[in-house]
Design a protein around this ligand. Structure first.
Ligand SMILES: NC(=O)c1ccc[n+]([C@@H]2O[C@H](COP(=O)([O-])OP(=O)(O)OC[C@H]3O[C@@H](n4cnc5c(N)ncnc54)[C@H](O)[C@@H]3O)[C@@H](O)[C@H]2O)c1
Length: 412
């Protein structure tokens, strides 16, 4: 008999798990019933956080195997750090081999740190017969979803398809040391954040309802640089805040990246996606921007132009916080406020979509195959940046390519 609700188990109890949990109050097809983290205390605290939100009877589990084997758990939201991705998937699949049952597994971005790791985990889960979800939240931002629909329905229908997409994600730097370390994270800001911008550009350029193969990459050109964080003053600041292992004097990672992907549509017409991203943007806080341009129209989204603003005079001095916007940089002056970040950044609609698809036993719109295509684009961008030239798609050697930043040999 079909279940009325699924039980979700989270792997990882950090920043993104809590974001997902806050969005879960708007998800009806699944309850959050488990959390695993190597740190038992964090798992217990995050399970209590979930119970406080009344999103399920959430328990902390001592191992991935124990959680996957629990009859309460039907699907997994994989939210561990990038360097644990392969090991986490191996442990899930191993538990399945011992008789546990799951419907599907959704993972955070990036799918993997490189193409070889990505292929490995895709093969493992497909062999295990699981439905897969690639959690690209930006494809679910309500303003973007609606703007894309109307742009295509009105502008493209009358004057022709859009030909240029631009997307950017920028903030002043990640919250945990492992993100800054190329060896653990897989790269710098290109790997960490351009995965969003490349997928959202491809989404905007693809006709609603058409298969993603309706536009094909033809050429990738990219550039990376360390513009801020390998300056001597900032090397020290990073060590002070993130610990001595984050040493940008010896092993920098890029804090700026830009990539241009040339696609072709079904008729061979050229389309361009421009993505740019940075960890050195000191504005009010996280800024997601998207634009789509066609012959007689354009659309744009900028999450910092939220419509709500607060002003605090210089006499209002309080502690640093993230209560106005993610990765907030100031508490005074004129500041934008994002009313509901879980809604605006797409988490609510994202989790509703994936939970419903898993409950219905159908493949969600974003699969791990889509995530793997994004990893292929990211690695081609690193290759292009290293070789300082545009590369035809798909370049030789992509399968075994590891960026110099991840190998610790990039000098900035
Ligand atoms: N969609 C987005 O915009 C977005 C934003 C932030 C992070 N992310 C992604 O989410 C993932 C987690 O990021 P985060 O910001 O929550 O990081 P985090 O460091 O805040 O949390 C990571 C969690 O994983 C746990 N962990 C550590 N080692 C582990 C292991 N071996 N197995 C399982 N869990 C382990 C940690 O204890 C912690 O609870 C990353 O892949 C990141 O790229 C996505």
């Amino acid at each position: 008999m079909k279940k009325e609700k699924l039980g979700v188990g989270f792997i990882g109890s950090g920043f993104i798990t809590r974001f997902h949990m806050q969005s879960w109050v708007a998800v009806r097809d699944a309850d959050v019933r488990g959390v695993y983290s190597p740190n038992r205390k964090h798992a217990e605290e995050t399970a209590a956080f979930a119970r406080g939100l009344r999103i399920g009877d959430t328990k902390a589990y001592g191992s991935i195997e124990e959680m996957v084997q629990s009859p309460e758990i039907d699907c997994i939201w994989l939210c561990g750090p990038n360097h644990a991705r392969v090991e986490n998937v191996e442990r899930i699949v191993e538990a399945l081999g011992k008789g546990a049952k799951l419907v599907g597994i959704a993972t955070e971005k990036p799918l993997a740190r490189n193409v070889a790791e990505g292929k490995k985990i895709v093969e493992l889960v497909e062999k295990a017969g699981l439905l897969t979800g690639y959690l690209e939240n930006q494809l679910f931002c309500p303003g973007l979803v609606r703007a894309r629909e109307i742009t295509w329905a009105r502008g493209a229908a009358v004057s022709g398809r859009p030909f240029l997409a631009r997307a950017a994600e920028e903030h002043s730097g990640p919250h945990m040391p492992w993100f800054w370390r190329g060896d653990l994270q897989g790269g710098g800001v290109l790997n960490d954040m351009m995965c969003h911008s490349l997928e959202v550009s491809r989404y905007m350029l693809t006709k609603p309802g058409a298969p993603r193969t309706s536009i094909k990459p033809v050429q990738v050109s990219a550039q990376i640089a360390s513009l801020k964080w390998s300056h001597p003053d900032y090397i020290q600041q990073l060590k002070d805040t993130m610990g001595p292992e984050v040493d940008y004097g010896r092993h920098p990672a890029e804090d700026f990246a830009r990539a241009t992907v040339r696609y072709e549509d079904e008729t061979g017409r050229p389309l361009i996606a421009e993505a740019t991203t940075s960890w050195s943007f000191v504005g009010a806080g996280l800024r997601l921007s998207m634009e789509l341009l066609g012959p007689e129209y354009s659309m744009s989204v900028n999450t910092l132009e939220s419509g709500t603003k607060l002003f605090f005079s210089r006499k209002v001095q309080g502690s640093a916080g993230e209560d106005l916007v993610e990765k907030q940089n100031a508490e005074q002056g004129l500041m934008p406020l994002v009313g509901s970040e879980t809604v605006e950044y797409g988490y609510e609609a994202e989790n509703r979509h994936f939970a419903r698809a898993f409950l219905d036993g159908v493949q969600p719109v974003e699969s791990w195959r889509a995530g793997l295509e994004v990893v292929e684009l990211l690695m081609t961008a690193y290759m292009s940046a290293e070789q300082e030239k545009a590369l035809a798609w798909k370049p030789e050697g992509l399968e075994n390519f590891i960026p110099a930043v991840a190998r610790g040999t990039w000098k900035g």
